[in-house]
Write a protein of this length. Structure first.
Lengths: 115, 113
């Protein structure tokens, strides 16, 4: 089966610019996550969707980050304006939503460099 | 909130030697625990998980982990390291939402000939 697709693979921008990342989860997966992975650290959850509703966005910096999953399938994460500290790999993951499985499928990520 | 601490950011073993990667958790409720592996330029993939039941969990590629409530630990082991095991390993615990995972900082495993 096709995995979680993310684009672009790499992105370089200057601070104060805006950027958007796209994710297409595995077909049929109700739950979609965006994680931020800063170099040398573990992934940190930014936002979790169940279908097209937000389950948890407590760690999303809402003054500059936004995310949507309008039709309950693919999702977009946006940063506007970007700061130097936003340099990281942005990972998208999906799961069936049944926590007894607890298995997340991750995409390869988008590596963002803010100069 | 549930959290995990991985002891040792870098671990080096010889090929054929025992692999031991340490993870301790903090949780006010019975945790669900996971180990994920990240190979260079690839996404994270699940190695194994503990939810309920048997405390010794076997995963892919010969890895296993044991849930020890008395020690609040979930260490990852493999009897004999292979060169292909070189990767970044992340321990994770179920978060407050029930589905999302809280990850540790990761341990980089180096396997030498």
């Amino acid at each position: 089966e096709a995995g979680v697709a993310q684009s672009p693979r790499y992105k370089i921008i200057e601070k104060r610019q805006s950027v958007a990342f796209w994710c297409n989860p595995i077909s049929g997966h109700a739950t979609l996550y965006w994680y931020q992975q800063i170099l040398g650290q573990g992934p940190k959850l930014l936002i979790q969707f169940q279908n097209n509703g937000v389950v948890d966005d407590s760690q999303l910096p809402k003054d500059r980050f936004s995310a949507e999953r309008l039709k309950g399938v693919d999702s977009t994460l946006k940063i506007q304006p970007a700061k130097l500290e936003d340099s990281a790999v942005y990972l998208c993951a999906s799961s069936l939503g049944d926590f007894n499985d607890g298995k997340l499928f991750f995409g390869s990520g988008t590596q963002l460099s803010v100069l | 909130a549930q959290s995990v601490t991985q002891l040792g950011s870098h671990v080096s073993v010889s090929e054929g030697a025992l692999v031991l990667l340490r993870c301790n958790y903090s949780s006010s409720v019975p945790p669900y625990l996971f180990w994920y592996v990240q190979y260079p330029n690839q996404g994270l993939q699940l190695l194994l998980k503990y939810t309920t039941g048997a405390t010794l969990v076997k995963g892919i590629n010969g890895f296993e982990a044991e849930f020890k409530k008395s020690e609040t630990s979930f260490h990852l082991t493999k009897p004999s390291a292979h060169m292909s095991d070189a990767a970044e390993y992340f321990c994770a615990v179920s978060g407050n939402s029930g589905y999302a995972l809280n990850f540790g900082k990761g341990t980089s495993l180096l396997v030498t000939p």
